[in-house]
Write a protein that binds this ligand. Structure first.
Ligand code: NBG
Length: 830
């Protein structure tokens, strides 16, 4: 664990250099426009042009896609199945061109369409099949798995509607559907022949006696899962992996009963109802209300995926003895954890294995990643619902639980309370099924996503399980793909780095260390600043064009871009903005004031009223500041609507200060923190999640740390008195008074009362306790930014030491320590 791996991406010779790189690709684009879309240059819309390019690019990778599958097949490689209810992919075109080493060629070739490369890219709708960190992590991992040549498949749901689009009206969030498939999607390959029936409801019949009973799940209501495949090309290595997403299709199309009775419309209605399963992504990232449709989604994609896994396995094997040697199943959070009883059901009921054998196979095949310790996000289901929807699975879970509790009692006979704390099913009436407990008990490895997070899992959240199975717990600190988050989104910095240290970093991010020797080099620092300024201007132009937001690119750009949640404490950041406003209007800030833009971007879960109110407060504070004749020349607060992958690719390269200010102990890892660092922002952060490791890498002098650490947070809880912090601090007192008096909402003075109440009645996330320390550190940030030479050196050191946070490192750790798979050897040249 934690040992260093060097990951080297196998390079492919550079593409042809010299004149007319676009040559052969022009013809391909035109052919696809004509024969794929039946358009000519007169009738082609800009979307047609984009689609023609997509068709041409996917054609360029198809041979390698087929070859990659063949290589997996012929070598009977151990496959890894990454099961995730979310893949937050973003746009694919540019990223795929970079990986295929064709971006220069297509940049030129698109001139046959009388358009520019940027114009073409802009027509792609973000594939936003995820909420935030967890879904984006899955997308970064897909890129690394293909790049490192691991035989991995992503499996998920092809939602018809991705994460909602955030609209802001009068400063408040509203949600609009994300109809991303409206204009078709030429990346996907529908596999109409690849259909699996998925069963729901029904009853369980039991046959036989003498402990040799057999069970059958019957009288079910079935729907079909149909596969849609997406190619996932690796970075310049001719490997193309597969992401397979399932869509629900009705089995009712030919329901004779309805047709015979003449009720055609009823038949069609039923068809629509069952297809609802893959209709929409649930937009709540941290609170999982036990909705039946959500459980249906989970079982739907798990059942189809396991059907596919077994089909592939059975091509070569007629016993299950080697299943764990050939298959690894990674559960991305507990969302797919119904895979454990499903695999048991298949092995015991359908394949006739003994329980013990099936159990050993299941546990040796699956592993589970935990992504949060927030109690409201640890999934549970009512036993009643599970029993209604999946009656056989409930029996299996009950049996798993029964056997597990026997072990618990054997190990800890003196401690009956432990049973309630660890049981998979708890309660007397209205019993509850705990999915994380099921996932830990039924798998061989549970991992956290940063060192601190894993420590907390072991010492607190899952301590009872850790004491039972210490060997099952591991840490794999998250990572990000620098192909998207540096090469694609920050071409200026990428070019500068390559000019200075060569391009070895594009194959192994650890090579960025070579930049350190330039960190105080005047010429390099100047060029580095010019790149940053250029990125700030690019963001400013984007915001002006798309949102009518005007930025001043000479201000310090201070960003917090992530989902809204109380634990992430956007409110604390806003309190800093209000503090600066108050001090400026009082004349308490000197001439030395460092002008800044405080930028917020992020969505709130639709039902999370407090966060929605914080968004509203941000807008109102922004308006008050913008209306002040002198303050507005020095301070700006902006909220950029509809945060997503594409927007992040504009914001992050421009950012100078990265706000990572969660209450210590609550952010499992964070991955935005890594993206900002890689792009030369300095972090202002608590000792939480991967911030701890970022600070270890860059050194405390290159990181602005503030606030309580996770132990102090726990220690403070017992006697915590939020009012004390208000009494002790005049700036804070003033903010509280402003909120009380309706200073930011004169037309409705009590509007922000719920925010105030959340602070005064408990302040669960300790905004008040960390306020003074935060403001103090912010003043140091301002002072540091005035010494631009020093600041730049620190920023360069941050870039140079971000190698650890590559998702290549993370995926290689999973492969070695959890999946036990090796990379495949390179393909022969075509
Ligand atoms: C998030 C955590 C982040 C972490 C990502 C990826 C969920 C439920 N959890 O801290 O909050 O970086 O997962 O691991 O989205």
């Amino acid at each position: 664990m934690g040992s260093k791996t060097t990951i080297t991406v196998v390079p492919r010779p550079e593409g042809t250099s010299g004149a007319d790189k676009g040559g052969p690709y022009r013809q391909s684009i035109l052919n696809h426009l004509t024969f794929g879309l039946s358009k000519d240059m007169y009738s082609a819309t800009s979307r047609d042009k984009f689609n023609a390019v997509v068709l041409s690019v996917r054609a360029a990778m198809i041979k390698n896609w087929i070859r990659t599958s063949q290589q997996y097949y012929h070598s009977d490689a151990k496959r890894v199945y990454y099961l995730s209810l979310e893949f937050l992919l973003g746009r694919l075109l540019h990223s795929y061109l970079i990986n295929l080493n064709l971006s220069d060629q297509y940049r030129e070739a698109v001139d046959v369409l009388d358009t520019s490369f940027e114009n073409v890219l802009e027509h792609e709708w973000d594939a936003a099949l995820g909420n935030g960190g967890l879904g984006r992590l899955a997308a970064c991992f897909l890129d690394s798995m293909a790049t490192l040549q691991y035989p991995c498949y992503g499996y998920g749901i092809r939602y018809e509607y991705g994460i909602f689009s955030q609209r802001i009206k009068d400063g408040s969030q509203s949600e609009a559907p994300d109809n991303w498939l409206r204009y078709g999607n030429f990346w996907e390959f529908p596999r109409a022949e690849l259909l699996y029936p998925v069963r729901f409801y029904g009853t369980v019949q039991t046959f036989g006696s003498d402990g040799r009973t057999k069970s059958a799940w019957v009288e079910t209501d079935d729907i079909l899962a149909m596969a849609y495949d997406y190619p996932v090309p690796g970075y310049r290595n001719d490997f193309v992996n597969t992401l397979r997403l399932w869509a629900a299709k009705s089995t009712r199309d030919f329901n004779l009963e309805y047709f015979n009775s003449g009720d055609y419309v009823k038949a069609v209605e039923d068809k629509n109802n069952s297809e609802n399963i893959s209709k929409v992504l649930y937009p709540n990232d941290y609170s999982l209300a036990g909705k039946e449709l959500r459980l249906k989604q989970q079982y739907f994609f798990v059942a189809a995926t396991l059907g596919d896994v077994l089909r592939r396995y059975k091509k070569f094997h007629n016993t299950y003895d080697t299943f764990p040697q050939k298959v690894a199943i990674q559960l991305n959070d507990t969302h797919p954890s119904i895979a454990i009883p499903e695999l048991m059901r298949i092995l015991v009921d359908e394949e006739g294995l003994e329980w013990e054998d099936a159990w050993a196979i299941t546990a040796r095949t699956t592993s589970y990643t935990n992504h949060t310790v927030l109690p409201e996000a640890l999934e549970t289901w009512s036993e009643e619902l599970v029993g209604h929807l999946l009656p056989r699975h409930l029996q299996i879970i009950q049996e798993i639980d029964r056997r597990f509790l026997i072990q618990v009692k054997r190990r800890f006979p003196e401690d009956p309370a432990r049973t309630e704390r660890t049981a998979i099913i708890t309660g007397d009436t209205g019993r509850t099924v705990h999915m994380a407990r099921l996932a830990i008990v039924g798998s061989h490895t549970t991992n956290g996503v940063s060192r601190l997070h894993t420590d907390i899992l072991e010492a607190a959240t899952f301590n009872d399980f850790y004491l039972m199975y210490p060997e099952r717990f591991q840490n794999v600190t998250n990572g990000i793909t620098y192909r998207r988050w540096l090469i694609e989104s920050n071409p200026g910095l990428s070019a500068l780095i390559t000019e200075s240290i060569g391009d070895a970093w594009t194959r192994d991010l650890e090579n960025l260390r070579g930049l350190e020797e330039f960190s105080a080099d005047d010429g390099f620092c100047k060029a580095f600043n010019e790149v940053k300024q250029g990125n700030k201007r690019r963001l400013a132009a984007y915001l002006e064009k798309n949102h009518k937001i005007i930025l001043n690119p000479s201000f310090l750009l201070d960003c917090q871009a992530k989902r809204f949640h109380e634990y992430k404490r956007q409110l604390l950041n806003l309190f800093h903005a209000i503090t600066l406003y108050n001090r400026l209007t009082d004349g308490r800030e000197t001439d030395l004031f460092t002008p800044r833009t405080i930028l917020f971007s992020g969505k709130s879960a639709p039902g999370y009223l407090l966060c929605k109110l914080v968004i509203k407060l941000i807008h109102n504070v922004a308006d008050v500041i913008a209306a002040h004749p002198s303050v507005r020349d020095k301070l700006q607060v902006v909220f950029v609507p509809n945060y997503g992958v594409t927007l992040a690719q504009f914001i992050i390269p421009a950012t100078e200060l990265s706000e990572q200010i969660s209450t210590a102990g609550y952010e499992a890892s964070g991955t935005g923190n890594m993206k900002f660092m890689l792009n030369g922002a300095l972090t202002l952060g608590t000792l939480d999640g991967a911030n701890v490791e970022i600070r270890d890498e860059v050194g405390e002098e290159n990181f602005f740390r503030f606030g309580l650490d996770s132990n102090e947070v726990q220690a403070l809880r017992a006697g915590y008195n939020p009012k004390k912090y208000i009494e002790e601090n005049d700036d804070l007192k003033r903010i509280i008074r402003q909120l009380e008096s309706g200073f930011f909402s004169p037309e409705n003075p009590s509007l922000f009362r719920p925010i105030l109440d959340s602070l005064l009645d408990g302040d669960h996330y300790l905004v008040l306790a960390d306020y003074a320390s935060y403001i103090e550190r912010q003043q140091e940030v301002s002072a540091a930014y005035r010494d631009r030479g020093e600041w730049t050196t620190k920023a360069i050191v941050n870039v140079a030491r971000s190698g650890k946070f590559s998702s290549d490192r993370a995926v290689a750790e999973y492969a070695r320590n959890i999946w036990n798979v090796s990379p495949l050897s390179p393909h022969e040249p075509l």
